[in-house]
Design a protein around this ligand. Sequence first.
Ligand SMILES: [Fe+2]
Length: 282
Amino acid sequence: MTTHPVTQAAMSSFASASDPRLAQVMTLLVKHLHAFVTESKLTKEEWMKGLEFLTQSAAITDSERNEFSLLSDILGISSIVDVVSQPVGGTSSSVLGPFHSHDSRLQPNGIDLTGDQAGDRTWLHGCVLDQQGQAIENAEIDFWQNADNGLYPAQDSAQDPHNLRCKIKCEADGSFNLLTIRPHPYTVPTDGPVGALLAASQRSIWRPAHYHLIVSAPGYIGLVTELFPQNSEYIDNDTVFGVREGLIVPFVKSSNTEIAQRYGLDHPFYEVRFDFKLVKQA
Ligand SMILES: [Fe+2]
């Protein structure tokens, strides 16, 4: 199909940007947006509706909540950006999600995060390794998840802001472990324009249960990822498309007496083992 002169002119208008990457990205963005309008034969009314959608998204976006980030998630853009920017050879990355906090406390390796809260006790452990399977020294884990009621502290004033999240410095052999609870599926926020779009599209609003982790070490590319319990509800229908096959893990029922004694557990608990592989920085 011949490129319309308007499309050609709009693409060319970015060609002389001083930053060559800006020129490339904007030219391609215009090319594909114009193709979308052309192929769908978008009407003026539909375009105005789209602009109104973006205006409503802006109106409810602030420092605590970003409707555009959610829109990016439910369109699969966050996930596909994650996929194309992932270094080859390491553990799969996944989406960061909206509930990461930069002020998590550094806790000793082996920390018990559970206290007296409800939830199935789960011992999470593993190693941080390089691509050859050798332990990485000075690795750090940043961990967060939702509580037994499905909510993160930012959504639930009854929770301590630091509930079920921490940073851990791994041992010299790359190992780490902590006691937490089994995570739960939860819904994305539905009280804004994105929620209305999901409803109009008859789409699921659910994410499968998951742990969030950021794994880092000096000299290695940081890894933002998630771990999903095998058989979690919605594992095949994550509304933000964050599930990767290699990140689905078995939650094994364990009666390991040493671990049970260490944490005072008087009943079987779940055990999850996962080794993270990091890729060296160029
Ligand atoms: Fe999450």
